[in-house]
Design a protein around this ligand. Structure first.
Ligand code: GLY
Length: 368
Protein backbone atom coordinates (compact mmCIF):
# COMPACT_ATOMS: atom_id res chain seq x y z
CA UNK A 1 0.00 0.00 0.00
CA UNK A 2 1.24 3.49 -0.86
CA UNK A 3 -0.01 6.78 0.50
CA UNK A 4 0.47 10.02 -1.41
CA UNK A 5 -0.49 13.28 0.28
CA UNK A 6 -1.93 16.24 -1.58
CA UNK A 7 -0.46 19.09 0.45
CA UNK A 8 -3.02 21.89 0.59
CA UNK A 9 -2.62 23.13 4.17
CA UNK A 10 -5.81 22.58 6.16
CA UNK A 11 -7.41 20.93 3.12
CA UNK A 12 -4.62 18.37 2.67
CA UNK A 13 -5.69 14.80 2.04
CA UNK A 14 -4.31 11.36 1.36
CA UNK A 15 -4.55 9.20 -1.74
CA UNK A 16 -4.28 5.61 -0.56
CA UNK A 17 -3.25 3.22 -3.34
CA UNK A 18 -3.23 -0.58 -3.07
CA UNK A 19 -5.00 -3.89 -3.51
CA UNK A 20 -8.19 -4.89 -1.68
CA UNK A 21 -8.77 -1.49 -0.12
CA UNK A 22 -12.51 -1.72 -0.76
CA UNK A 23 -12.92 -4.59 1.67
CA UNK A 24 -11.21 -2.52 4.35
CA UNK A 25 -12.77 0.80 3.36
CA UNK A 26 -14.15 1.48 6.86
CA UNK A 27 -10.61 1.67 8.30
CA UNK A 28 -9.80 4.58 6.00
CA UNK A 29 -13.19 6.26 5.78
CA UNK A 30 -14.46 6.23 9.37
CA UNK A 31 -11.72 8.54 10.75
CA UNK A 32 -12.70 11.15 8.12
CA UNK A 33 -16.39 11.33 9.06
CA UNK A 34 -18.11 14.03 11.10
CA UNK A 35 -21.25 11.89 11.38
CA UNK A 36 -21.88 8.22 10.72
CA UNK A 37 -24.10 8.79 7.72
CA UNK A 38 -22.75 8.48 4.18
CA UNK A 39 -24.36 8.62 0.74
CA UNK A 40 -22.62 6.37 -1.78
CA UNK A 41 -23.16 7.80 -5.25
CA UNK A 42 -22.45 5.21 -7.92
CA UNK A 43 -23.61 3.98 -11.32
CA UNK A 44 -25.50 0.81 -12.21
CA UNK A 45 -22.41 -0.99 -13.55
CA UNK A 46 -20.17 -0.29 -10.58
CA UNK A 47 -23.00 -1.04 -8.19
CA UNK A 48 -23.61 -4.42 -9.82
CA UNK A 49 -19.90 -5.33 -9.67
CA UNK A 50 -18.72 -3.88 -6.39
CA UNK A 51 -21.68 -2.34 -4.53
CA UNK A 52 -22.09 -5.26 -2.12
CA UNK A 53 -18.40 -5.27 -1.20
CA UNK A 54 -18.46 -1.59 -0.26
CA UNK A 55 -21.79 -1.81 1.57
CA UNK A 56 -20.55 -4.79 3.57
CA UNK A 57 -17.30 -2.99 4.35
CA UNK A 58 -19.24 0.03 5.60
CA UNK A 59 -21.86 -1.99 7.52
CA UNK A 60 -21.01 -0.12 10.72
CA UNK A 61 -22.16 3.18 9.18
CA UNK A 62 -25.57 4.41 8.06
CA UNK A 63 -25.23 4.07 4.28
CA UNK A 64 -27.57 5.37 1.63
CA UNK A 65 -27.04 4.27 -2.02
CA UNK A 66 -27.73 6.66 -4.88
CA UNK A 67 -27.49 4.64 -8.09
CA UNK A 68 -27.41 6.50 -11.40
CA UNK A 69 -27.37 5.14 -14.95
CA UNK A 70 -23.83 4.89 -16.36
CA UNK A 71 -22.67 7.43 -18.94
CA UNK A 72 -21.36 10.93 -19.56
CA UNK A 73 -24.88 12.38 -19.78
CA UNK A 74 -25.12 12.08 -15.99
CA UNK A 75 -22.75 15.06 -15.84
CA UNK A 76 -25.67 17.36 -16.52
CA UNK A 77 -28.15 19.56 -14.67
CA UNK A 78 -30.56 16.60 -14.67
CA UNK A 79 -27.95 14.24 -13.22
CA UNK A 80 -27.01 16.83 -10.59
CA UNK A 81 -30.62 17.43 -9.64
CA UNK A 82 -31.25 13.70 -9.27
CA UNK A 83 -28.35 13.37 -6.80
CA UNK A 84 -29.33 16.49 -4.84
CA UNK A 85 -33.01 15.44 -4.70
CA UNK A 86 -32.01 12.03 -3.35
CA UNK A 87 -29.96 13.74 -0.62
CA UNK A 88 -32.83 16.10 0.28
CA UNK A 89 -35.34 13.22 0.35
CA UNK A 90 -33.07 11.23 2.65
CA UNK A 91 -32.62 14.30 4.90
CA UNK A 92 -28.86 14.59 4.57
CA UNK A 93 -27.22 17.48 6.38
CA UNK A 94 -23.88 19.23 6.10
CA UNK A 95 -22.15 16.90 8.55
CA UNK A 96 -22.86 13.90 6.39
CA UNK A 97 -20.45 12.69 3.72
CA UNK A 98 -20.84 11.79 0.06
CA UNK A 99 -18.77 8.98 -1.40
CA UNK A 100 -18.13 9.07 -5.14
CA UNK A 101 -17.87 5.40 -6.06
CA UNK A 102 -17.17 5.01 -9.78
CA UNK A 103 -15.23 6.48 -12.67
CA UNK A 104 -14.68 10.07 -13.72
CA UNK A 105 -18.34 10.81 -14.42
CA UNK A 106 -19.46 9.78 -10.93
CA UNK A 107 -16.47 11.52 -9.35
CA UNK A 108 -17.05 14.83 -11.12
CA UNK A 109 -20.82 14.75 -10.55
CA UNK A 110 -20.61 13.75 -6.88
CA UNK A 111 -17.86 16.24 -6.14
CA UNK A 112 -19.88 19.06 -7.69
CA UNK A 113 -23.02 17.94 -5.81
CA UNK A 114 -20.99 17.95 -2.56
CA UNK A 115 -19.73 21.47 -3.31
CA UNK A 116 -23.25 22.91 -3.62
CA UNK A 117 -25.37 20.72 -1.31
CA UNK A 118 -26.40 23.05 1.52
CA UNK A 119 -23.38 25.20 0.52
CA UNK A 120 -21.01 22.28 0.84
CA UNK A 121 -20.58 18.94 2.57
CA UNK A 122 -17.49 16.76 2.54
CA UNK A 123 -16.85 13.99 0.06
CA UNK A 124 -14.56 11.04 -0.48
CA UNK A 125 -13.44 9.58 -3.79
CA UNK A 126 -13.32 5.84 -4.44
CA UNK A 127 -12.30 5.79 -8.12
CA UNK A 128 -12.92 2.49 -9.92
CA UNK A 129 -11.31 3.15 -13.31
CA UNK A 130 -7.64 3.61 -14.16
CA UNK A 131 -8.41 7.05 -15.57
CA UNK A 132 -10.11 8.23 -12.40
CA UNK A 133 -7.44 6.67 -10.14
CA UNK A 134 -4.60 8.52 -11.86
CA UNK A 135 -6.31 11.76 -12.77
CA UNK A 136 -9.90 12.82 -12.23
CA UNK A 137 -10.33 11.76 -8.57
CA UNK A 138 -7.25 13.75 -7.53
CA UNK A 139 -7.04 17.52 -7.40
CA UNK A 140 -10.59 18.67 -6.73
CA UNK A 141 -11.85 19.50 -10.22
CA UNK A 142 -15.58 18.84 -10.17
CA UNK A 143 -18.02 19.69 -12.94
CA UNK A 144 -20.96 18.98 -15.16
CA UNK A 145 -21.26 19.58 -18.92
CA UNK A 146 -23.74 21.69 -20.85
CA UNK A 147 -24.60 22.33 -24.49
CA UNK A 148 -21.62 24.69 -24.80
CA UNK A 149 -19.06 22.10 -23.79
CA UNK A 150 -17.51 19.79 -21.28
CA UNK A 151 -16.83 20.66 -17.62
CA UNK A 152 -17.93 24.27 -18.13
CA UNK A 153 -19.96 24.41 -14.90
CA UNK A 154 -18.08 23.34 -11.83
CA UNK A 155 -15.94 24.11 -8.82
CA UNK A 156 -12.54 23.37 -7.36
CA UNK A 157 -13.62 21.31 -4.37
CA UNK A 158 -11.18 18.91 -2.77
CA UNK A 159 -12.13 15.48 -1.39
CA UNK A 160 -11.21 14.42 2.17
CA UNK A 161 -9.66 11.18 0.96
CA UNK A 162 -9.05 9.19 -2.22
CA UNK A 163 -9.08 5.39 -2.00
CA UNK A 164 -7.62 3.87 -5.18
CA UNK A 165 -8.14 0.10 -4.97
CA UNK A 166 -6.14 -1.35 -7.86
CA UNK A 167 -7.83 -4.79 -7.58
CA UNK A 168 -11.08 -3.20 -8.77
CA UNK A 169 -9.41 -2.56 -12.15
CA UNK A 170 -9.65 -6.31 -12.91
CA UNK A 171 -13.31 -5.86 -13.85
CA UNK A 172 -12.57 -2.96 -16.21
CA UNK A 173 -12.95 -3.66 -19.96
CA UNK A 174 -9.58 -3.50 -21.78
CA UNK A 175 -10.81 -0.56 -23.84
CA UNK A 176 -11.35 1.51 -20.66
CA UNK A 177 -8.05 0.38 -19.23
CA UNK A 178 -6.28 1.62 -22.36
CA UNK A 179 -8.17 4.90 -22.20
CA UNK A 180 -6.98 5.37 -18.61
CA UNK A 181 -3.45 4.40 -19.57
CA UNK A 182 -3.31 7.43 -21.86
CA UNK A 183 -3.52 9.65 -18.75
CA UNK A 184 -0.72 7.61 -17.14
CA UNK A 185 1.55 8.24 -20.15
CA UNK A 186 0.64 11.91 -19.90
CA UNK A 187 2.64 12.27 -16.67
CA UNK A 188 5.75 10.94 -18.39
CA UNK A 189 5.25 13.12 -21.44
CA UNK A 190 4.59 16.33 -19.55
CA UNK A 191 7.48 16.26 -17.09
CA UNK A 192 9.13 12.92 -16.41
CA UNK A 193 11.09 11.40 -19.28
CA UNK A 194 12.33 8.53 -17.10
CA UNK A 195 8.72 7.56 -16.30
CA UNK A 196 7.95 7.52 -20.04
CA UNK A 197 11.00 5.30 -20.58
CA UNK A 198 9.83 3.01 -17.77
CA UNK A 199 6.44 2.81 -19.48
CA UNK A 200 8.11 1.94 -22.78
CA UNK A 201 9.37 -1.22 -21.01
CA UNK A 202 6.52 -1.84 -18.56
CA UNK A 203 3.42 -0.35 -20.20
CA UNK A 204 2.19 -3.77 -21.30
CA UNK A 205 2.57 -5.04 -17.72
CA UNK A 206 0.36 -2.19 -16.56
CA UNK A 207 -2.27 -3.09 -19.17
CA UNK A 208 -1.97 -6.73 -18.05
CA UNK A 209 -2.62 -5.45 -14.51
CA UNK A 210 0.54 -6.91 -13.13
CA UNK A 211 0.07 -5.84 -9.46
CA UNK A 212 3.55 -4.35 -8.98
CA UNK A 213 3.63 -2.46 -12.29
CA UNK A 214 0.05 -1.19 -11.84
CA UNK A 215 0.66 0.02 -8.29
CA UNK A 216 3.85 1.76 -9.42
CA UNK A 217 2.18 3.44 -12.41
CA UNK A 218 -0.77 4.66 -10.30
CA UNK A 219 1.52 5.86 -7.50
CA UNK A 220 3.90 7.78 -9.80
CA UNK A 221 0.94 9.34 -11.62
CA UNK A 222 -0.68 10.40 -8.33
CA UNK A 223 2.61 11.71 -6.91
CA UNK A 224 3.09 13.90 -9.99
CA UNK A 225 -0.47 15.12 -9.91
CA UNK A 226 -0.37 15.76 -6.14
CA UNK A 227 2.80 17.84 -6.52
CA UNK A 228 1.34 19.92 -9.35
CA UNK A 229 -2.01 20.45 -7.59
CA UNK A 230 -0.26 21.47 -4.35
CA UNK A 231 1.75 24.07 -6.29
CA UNK A 232 -1.14 25.41 -8.38
CA UNK A 233 -4.54 24.29 -7.13
CA UNK A 234 -6.62 26.62 -9.28
CA UNK A 235 -4.69 26.26 -12.53
CA UNK A 236 -3.09 29.69 -12.68
CA UNK A 237 0.08 28.21 -14.19
CA UNK A 238 1.74 24.80 -13.94
CA UNK A 239 -1.50 22.81 -13.50
CA UNK A 240 -2.40 23.62 -17.10
CA UNK A 241 0.34 21.14 -18.11
CA UNK A 242 -2.03 18.37 -16.97
CA UNK A 243 -4.04 19.32 -20.02
CA UNK A 244 -1.36 18.09 -22.43
CA UNK A 245 -3.23 16.86 -25.51
CA UNK A 246 -6.57 17.87 -24.01
CA UNK A 247 -7.34 20.90 -26.20
CA UNK A 248 -7.12 18.71 -29.28
CA UNK A 249 -8.88 15.91 -27.38
CA UNK A 250 -11.84 18.06 -26.32
CA UNK A 251 -12.31 19.18 -29.93
CA UNK A 252 -12.38 15.51 -31.00
CA UNK A 253 -14.88 14.70 -28.24
CA UNK A 254 -17.19 17.52 -29.33
CA UNK A 255 -16.89 16.27 -32.91
CA UNK A 256 -17.78 12.75 -31.75
CA UNK A 257 -20.78 14.18 -29.87
CA UNK A 258 -19.50 12.87 -26.51
CA UNK A 259 -20.68 9.47 -27.68
CA UNK A 260 -19.38 6.11 -26.53
CA UNK A 261 -17.61 5.99 -29.91
CA UNK A 262 -14.71 7.95 -28.44
CA UNK A 263 -13.82 7.67 -24.77
CA UNK A 264 -12.13 10.64 -23.10
CA UNK A 265 -8.85 8.72 -22.70
CA UNK A 266 -8.98 7.68 -26.36
CA UNK A 267 -9.33 11.31 -27.36
CA UNK A 268 -6.43 12.14 -25.03
CA UNK A 269 -4.02 9.64 -26.61
CA UNK A 270 -4.85 10.96 -30.09
CA UNK A 271 -4.71 14.53 -28.71
CA UNK A 272 -1.24 14.00 -27.21
CA UNK A 273 -0.02 12.60 -30.50
CA UNK A 274 -1.36 15.74 -32.15
CA UNK A 275 0.29 18.02 -29.56
CA UNK A 276 3.68 16.36 -30.19
CA UNK A 277 3.22 16.30 -33.96
CA UNK A 278 2.20 19.97 -33.99
CA UNK A 279 5.14 20.87 -31.70
CA UNK A 280 7.50 19.06 -34.09
CA UNK A 281 5.90 20.73 -37.12
CA UNK A 282 6.52 24.10 -35.48
CA UNK A 283 10.17 23.22 -34.88
CA UNK A 284 9.64 23.27 -31.12
CA UNK A 285 10.30 19.60 -30.46
CA UNK A 286 12.43 16.91 -32.18
CA UNK A 287 10.42 14.90 -34.69
CA UNK A 288 12.02 11.76 -33.20
CA UNK A 289 10.20 12.46 -29.89
CA UNK A 290 6.85 12.83 -31.67
CA UNK A 291 7.58 9.53 -33.38
CA UNK A 292 8.48 7.83 -30.08
CA UNK A 293 5.08 8.85 -28.68
CA UNK A 294 3.35 7.47 -31.76
CA UNK A 295 5.33 4.22 -31.60
CA UNK A 296 4.51 3.70 -27.91
CA UNK A 297 0.79 4.15 -28.56
CA UNK A 298 0.96 1.87 -31.59
CA UNK A 299 2.83 -0.86 -29.66
CA UNK A 300 0.15 -0.87 -26.94
CA UNK A 301 -2.70 -0.40 -29.46
CA UNK A 302 -3.91 2.85 -27.94
CA UNK A 303 -6.19 5.10 -29.97
CA UNK A 304 -4.10 7.07 -32.42
CA UNK A 305 -4.71 9.73 -35.06
CA UNK A 306 -5.12 7.11 -37.80
CA UNK A 307 -7.98 5.43 -35.90
CA UNK A 308 -10.11 8.57 -35.87
CA UNK A 309 -9.80 9.86 -39.44
CA UNK A 310 -13.53 10.75 -39.81
CA UNK A 311 -13.32 13.05 -36.77
CA UNK A 312 -10.43 14.94 -38.36
CA UNK A 313 -12.23 15.69 -41.63
CA UNK A 314 -13.23 19.29 -40.97
CA UNK A 315 -10.18 21.26 -39.82
CA UNK A 316 -12.04 24.59 -39.49
CA UNK A 317 -14.68 22.99 -37.30
CA UNK A 318 -12.06 21.42 -35.05
CA UNK A 319 -10.45 24.82 -34.60
CA UNK A 320 -13.85 26.31 -33.69
CA UNK A 321 -14.24 23.58 -31.07
CA UNK A 322 -10.78 24.41 -29.72
CA UNK A 323 -11.91 28.04 -29.34
CA UNK A 324 -14.22 26.90 -26.53
CA UNK A 325 -11.38 25.63 -24.36
CA UNK A 326 -11.36 26.97 -20.80
CA UNK A 327 -7.63 27.75 -20.96
CA UNK A 328 -8.13 30.32 -23.73
CA UNK A 329 -7.77 33.96 -22.73
CA UNK A 330 -9.23 37.01 -24.45
CA UNK A 331 -10.27 34.97 -27.46
CA UNK A 332 -6.72 33.67 -28.03
CA UNK A 333 -5.89 29.96 -28.07
CA UNK A 334 -3.80 28.46 -25.28
CA UNK A 335 -2.06 25.18 -26.09
CA UNK A 336 0.04 22.78 -24.07
CA UNK A 337 2.97 21.85 -26.30
CA UNK A 338 6.28 20.05 -25.86
CA UNK A 339 9.96 20.86 -26.29
CA UNK A 340 10.74 17.19 -25.83
CA UNK A 341 9.37 14.11 -24.09
CA UNK A 342 9.12 15.19 -20.45
CA UNK A 343 9.20 18.91 -21.25
CA UNK A 344 5.72 20.27 -21.81
CA UNK A 345 5.03 23.99 -21.72
CA UNK A 346 2.08 26.38 -22.00
CA UNK A 347 1.84 28.43 -25.19
CA UNK A 348 -0.51 31.40 -24.85
CA UNK A 349 -1.83 33.15 -27.97
CA UNK A 350 -1.00 30.17 -30.16
CA UNK A 351 -0.98 31.23 -33.84
CA UNK A 352 -4.38 30.21 -35.27
CA UNK A 353 -3.11 30.08 -38.83
CA UNK A 354 -0.42 27.56 -37.91
CA UNK A 355 -2.89 25.41 -35.97
CA UNK A 356 -5.33 25.49 -38.88
CA UNK A 357 -2.57 24.58 -41.34
CA UNK A 358 -1.57 21.64 -39.18
CA UNK A 359 -5.17 20.42 -38.81
CA UNK A 360 -5.78 20.80 -42.56
CA UNK A 361 -2.60 18.89 -43.41
CA UNK A 362 -3.49 16.20 -40.86
CA UNK A 363 -7.00 15.86 -42.21
CA UNK A 364 -5.70 15.48 -45.78
CA UNK A 365 -3.07 12.94 -44.72
CA UNK A 366 -5.27 10.64 -42.65
CA UNK A 367 -8.23 10.87 -45.03
CA UNK A 368 -6.15 10.35 -48.20
N1 GLY B 1 -7.34 16.67 -15.32
C1 GLY B 1 -6.59 17.84 -15.27
C2 GLY B 1 -6.51 18.47 -13.93
O1 GLY B 1 -6.98 17.91 -12.95
O2 GLY B 1 -6.03 19.58 -13.79
Amino acid sequence: MTTVTVDLGERSYDIVIGEDLLKNAANYITPQLKAKRVAIVTDENVHALHGKTLETALAGLETHMIIRPAGENQKSFDGLQAVLDALFRAGFDRNDTLIAFGGGVIGDLTGFAASVYKRGCQFIQIPTTLLSQVDSSVGGKTAINNEFGKNLIGAFYQPKLVLADTSVLKTLPLRELKAGYAEVVKYGLLGDKSFFEWLESHGQDVLNLDPVATAQAVAISCETKARIVAADEQERGERALLNLGHTFAHALEIEAGYSGDLLHGEAVSAGMEMAFEYSAAQGLCPLSDAEKVKTHFKTLELTSINDIAPLLKDAEKLLTHMDQDKKNEGGALTLILARAIGEAFVQKSAPREAVLNYLTHLSETVNA
